[in-house]
Design a protein. Structure first.
Length: 326
């Protein structure tokens, strides 16, 4: 059911992303899996990737997500590996990951007689990001839901270098006492895009083992101890998803009242606010007036406003291929 009066968590989230995009050098993504054993078990509202020393090397490979299974596979930049052998010998590489890596230019292939060979087009720069910042949005602290459990899990797992709670509410001492001390707190006004730092976050130990909540049942809680290597793989996965996905992951409503703000947010002139097209727009909205949807050029906006490169040069060596490795 479409609801033009739905709570404005979506508008809050987009306003915060637009603000951080203007105020920082971070690469931003929304609604990303933030667990290790089951990535979909925890969804982080906003993730900020802080560029590292090799960011430019990563940016020139592709504007898309590089499949982490391809990065961690036995396929390297040297001699080509027969595709069937690479897939069979690596427990993290599958045919779909090979196809995806080829599509984005991280792998290249060549057929020799009846066999296909594959190799990396470049070395993957592990230090392309410096830190990951996880931001949980809770505009109204009067309705916290599972906030305390979520934040305590984030802290105990340590997947992010820092975790921050963003809210529109007035933050009292009672609120702070219920929030893990390691979690930073921002008060953010989505209308003015002003941000007050109520408490700075404490850096978390991302290299050490962490504890992840797996399942909660009556009188029983299942946890998993996650080692540093597993966390490192998940951190790379999250960073790559942020890089390839971004935060403008929506289309503007196909309505005569729809506009797009200068920073790319869908805006309804009838209700005078940013709206969630998937919840607040459509035939069930009383003000709906079918029309061609305004365009949101997410890539152009992102390219102009962040370190992300929308049209990188790529690294595929078109002339040499794999011939010299025969």
């Amino acid at each position: 059911m479409y609801d033009a009066d739905a709570p404005q968590e979506f508008a809050f989230e987009l306003a915060l992303c637009a603000h951080l995009e203007a105020a920082t050098e971070w690469v931003l993504g929304r609604q990303l899996g933030a667990a290790v054993e089951r990535s979909g078990r925890r969804i982080m509202d906003v993730v900020g990737v802080v560029p590292g020393p090799a960011f430019d090397d990563r940016a020139r490979i592709t504007a898309e997500t590089v499949p982490v299974r391809a990065v961690e596979s036995d396929v390297g930049v040297g001699e080509g590996v027969a595709r069937h052998r690479a897939v069979r010998e690596s427990d993290r590489l599958h045919d779909a990951a090979v196809d995806a890596a080829v599509e984005v230019g991280f792998f290249e292939t060549e057929r020799r007689k009846t066999r296909e060979y594959v190799r990396q087009t470049t070395r993957y720069p592990d230090d392309w990001f410096d830190r990951l910042v996880g931001i949980e949005n809770k505009p109204d602290l009067g309705d916290p839901g599972a906030l305390d459990r979520q934040l305590r899990t984030d802290v105990s797992l340590g997947l992010f270098d820092s975790v921050i709670l963003a809210t529109e509410s007035h933050v009292t001492r009672a609120h702070l006492n219920r929030i893990p001390t390691e979690v930073g707190v921002w008060r953010f006004d989505p209308e003015t895009q002003s941000r007050d730092v109520i408490r700075e976050p404490t850096s978390l130990s991302t290299d050490a083992p962490g504890v992840e909540l797996v399942e909660e049942r009556p009188l029983e809680t299942e946890i998993e101890v996650v080692d540093g290597d597993a966390k490192a793989r998940s951190r790379r996965r999250v960073a790559e998803r942020v890089y390839g996905k971004g935060w403008r992951t929506y289309d503007a409503p196909a309505c005569a009242h729809a506009e797009v703000t200068d920073d790319g947010r869908p805006y309804c002139t009838q209700f005078g606010r940013v709206v969630d097209p998937s919840r607040s727009c459509g035939a069930d909205c009383g003000a709906h007036d079918p029309a061609v949807a305004p365009e949101v050029d997410a890539d152009a906006l992102r390219d102009a406003r962040t370190p992300w490169e929308g049209n990188p040069p790529g690294v595929r060596r078109r002339q040499s291929g794999l011939d010299r490795f025969k």
